[in-house]
Design a protein around this ligand. Structure first.
Ligand code: NDP
Ligand code: 2IT
Length: 444
């Protein structure tokens, strides 16, 4: 079979799921040669099995708003692959959520979690619920309704959800509360929990911190670091916030953040109280960055993306396919030397090709943003031991894991001319561990 034939069969089996097909194609292209060289993988149809989720649950989520009106949303959990551990991955609450989006995220999560070196399978879930403009009581009502169905499918040794877009500490609290009530059990069934009731220190910052640690390793391969570098960030959520903190700490200057309304450019750098302000802005449930421009008297570019600005490093931290070919061309032309994905699949395939053709450093989300789920794994360990580690201890472990993921990318992705293909490196390293586990466990 050729790659083309394999992908044609995946497309035929998954019609109208473009994001899922995009994610599968990238992995299949990376691992194809290894697959051909390993008859055991072929005899076990590993590739055919690995692109098929083990289980997908969809369910109705009825809830009541503040005006007593009844709404119905759709809930999902995609339990993609459990060969190396309990299904693990976030929940996304956003109106753009479809099965295609959650299958792509679940598929990516399988390889990302494998890269973390921790025993976690891959999954993802969420709902097309739109948290924007909802009251706190409405958010609680929705989270409780969502968990009233999800609780029967998850558990600390089965499937351990966490946050993603639209699901942060507050939502995890409401979800956990309902799980605990229904099961009458206090277990580490969710990660991203409050610090006072089983959460891990550093988990809120972990994805952003991890992404910066990873980018630091990338810069090291060029004999440089963040000190004095300008950095363009997109998004202004959880991930962008943690990244901004760590970049500032390492001597870099964050000059942009973005929202669905546009982006702001702050030539003085987004640091200190301005980073805290990002959190306040997110807490308003309005999802706009324009107020930052008014608060700190900087320029706001409505409807634009930050990639038109000059920056040494770019970290896309908002959503999938937010950085396209023309954006990649702009970044390269403006001298950008390093792109690391804080979000999941934010760069289109054409943008990735542009970076790689220009031979600049580029790392995919499954490697660069794995620090979030890795720290979730550390939260699970702490819960199992009924202990909590200090922030320094967690941060040190997170740092070590990101360095190790970088090592794996170099080991499997370094080309003969010395260029590191982080896409191949991450996909191959992530794949081998899961594929071997599947072989050893037989056809299940
Ligand atoms: P948040 O909900 O905290 O923030 C996401 C923000 O990005 C929202 O403000 C959202 O606004 C905004 N956004 C959405 N689309 C766009 C767009 N096209 N342009 C600019 N901004 C946009 O989510 P997170 O920070 O948690 O997640 C961000 C990304 O990081 C996602 O891709 C997620 O999958 C990934 N990620 C998250 C991890 C985590 O631990 N939280 C771990 C690893 C990856 P709006 O809702 O109005 O669209
Ligand atoms: O995309 C991701 O890795 C996350 N949203 C975090 C998942 C997790 O289980 O912590």
């Amino acid at each position: 079979m050729t790659i083309r034939e394999f992908m044609a069969s995946v497309e035929a089996r998954n019609p109208a799921q473009p994001e899922f097909i995009q994610a599968v194609r990238e992995v299949v292209e990376s691992v194809w040669d290894i697959y051909q060289d390993n008859p055991v993988y072929q005899e076990n149809s590993i590739l055919e099995r690995i692109v098929e989720p083990e289980r997908i649950i969809t369910f109705r989520v009825p809830w009541i708003d503040d005006d007593s009106k009844v709404h119905v949303n759709r809930g999902y959990r995609v339990e993609f692959n459990g060969a190396i551990g309990p299904y693990k991955g976030g929940l996304r609450f956003h109106p753009s959520v479809t099965l295609s989006i959650l299958k792509f995220l679940g598929f990516e999560q399988v390889f990302k979690n494998s890269l973390t070196t921790l025993p976690m399978g891959g999954g993802k879930g969420g709902s097309d619920f739109n948290p924007k403009g909802k009251s706190d009581r409405e958010i609680m009502a929705f989270c409780h309704a969502f968990m009233q169905e999800l609780f029967r499918h998850i558990g600390p040794n089965t499937d351990v959800p966490a946050g993603d877009i639209g699901v942060g500490g507050r939502e995890i609290g409401y979800l956990f509360g309902m799980y605990r009530k229904l099961r009458n059990e206090f277990t580490g069934v969710l990660t991203g929990k409050g610090i006072k009731w089983g959460g891990s220190l550093v988990r809120p910052e972990a994805t952003g911190f991890g992404c910066v640690y990873f980018a630091e390793e990338m810069l090291k391969t060029k004999g440089t670091n963040f000190n004095g570098k300008t950095v363009a960030l997109s998004g202004f959520g959880n991930v962008a916030w943690g990244a901004a903190q760590k970049i500032t700490e390492l001597g870099g200057k964050v000059v942009t953040i973005s929202g669905p309304d546009g982006y702001i450019y702050d030539s003085d750098g987004i640091s200190g109280e301005k980073i805290d302000y990002l959190l306040e802005l997110r807490a308003t449930n309005n999802d706009v960055v324009q107020p930052y421009a008014e608060e700190f008297d900087v320029e706001f570019f409505p409807g634009k993306r930050p990639w038109e600005q000059k920056a040494d490093v770019a970290l896309p931290c908002a959503c999938e396919n937010e950085l396209r070919e023309e954006d990649a061309n702009n970044l390269v032309a403006n001298g950008c030397m390093c792109v690391a994905e804080g979000a999941n699949m934010p760069c289109t395939p054409e943008a990735i090709e542009t970076f790689q053709n220009a031979r600049i450093l580029y790392a995919p989300g499954k490697a660069a943003n794995a620090g979030g789920v890795a720290t979730s794994g550390l939260e699970m360990s702490q819960n199992s031991m009924r202990m909590s580690w200090s922030a320094e201890e967690v941060d040190e472990k997170l740092h070590r894991i990101m360095v190790e993921i970088h090592n794996q990318c170099v080991e499997h992705g370094k080309k003969t001319d010395g260029y590191i293909d982080y896409v191949h490196g991450a996909n191959i390293a992530g794949f081998i561990k899961v594929a071997d586990a599947m072989v050893e466990q037989g056809v299940v």
